[in-house]
Design a protein around this ligand. Structure first.
Ligand code: CA
Ligand code: CA
Length: 204
């Protein structure tokens, strides 16, 4: 059921494929009933504000991200264009927590998904790995390790799923999702994205 396409995108048909308007730079254009998914295994399209990827073994992910380190982008935006009126949008993605994420204390970290210029859809301040109030949390569920050049850091993967209601989408039919991490360490913690999918579900 999966067909490879350009822009690092997989079109997964539910009857209607999605259309990429990559050359215009205005984001992906989608149709009702369709789903678009990015696995970042090939070139990343202009609907993403960064095209940086890294190999985790045989798997590419979008990242790494660290807002405290000039060598890395701090976050990324995904722009979806021409969304029909009264359409809800489901967004699913794998979020890679790399290294020691702190829950609370002076070194507390934070991760958010926002609609650009609006309140956070997801606001994470507590993490199941790394440190909590100065105490190391037993690491469970480690998927692998990342060599950042200076350190080898373990990573965990959490799948997130949200539904954005039609009233959160602008009258211009455009939606910009802002994926952002707020870290305290330049080299001890990073994040990355993979398997991002956007589904237009139609009138809820
Ligand atoms: Ca991938
Ligand atoms: Ca931290």
């Amino acid at each position: 059921m999966q067909q490879s396409a350009n822009s690092s995108m997989l079109c997964i048909g539910l009857g209607i494929a999605l259309i990429i308007v990559g050359c215009s730079g205005r984001g992906i254009q989608a149709q009702l009933g369709g789903r678009v998914q990015w696995d970042f295994e090939t070139q990343v399209g202009p609907e993403w504000s960064t095209d940086r990827t890294v190999d985790l073994g045989s798997n590419k992910v979008l990242g790494l991200f660290n807002n405290r380190n000039r060598k890395y982008p701090g976050g990324t935006n995904l722009t979806i264009a021409d969304i029909p009126p009264n359409t809800s949008i489901q967004v699913v993605f794998d979020l890679y927590f790399i290294g020691d994420w702190d829950s609370g204390g002076e070194l507390a970290d934070r991760w958010t998904l926002k609609i650009a210029g609006a309140d956070a859809l997801i606001d994470l301040t507590s993490f199941d790995h790394g440190w909590q109030n100065g105490v190391r949390v037993p690491t469970t569920g480690t998927r692998g390790q990342v060599d950042t050049g200076r350190r080898t850091l373990a990573y965990h993967v959490v799948t997130n799923k949200i539904v954005i209601q039609p009233d959160r989408i602008g009258a211009d039919g455009k939606l910009t999702l802002d994926f952002m991490g707020y870290l305290t360490g330049q080299g001890t913690e990073f994040w990355a994205l993979d398997n991002v999918s956007v589904t237009l579900d139609g009138t809820p």
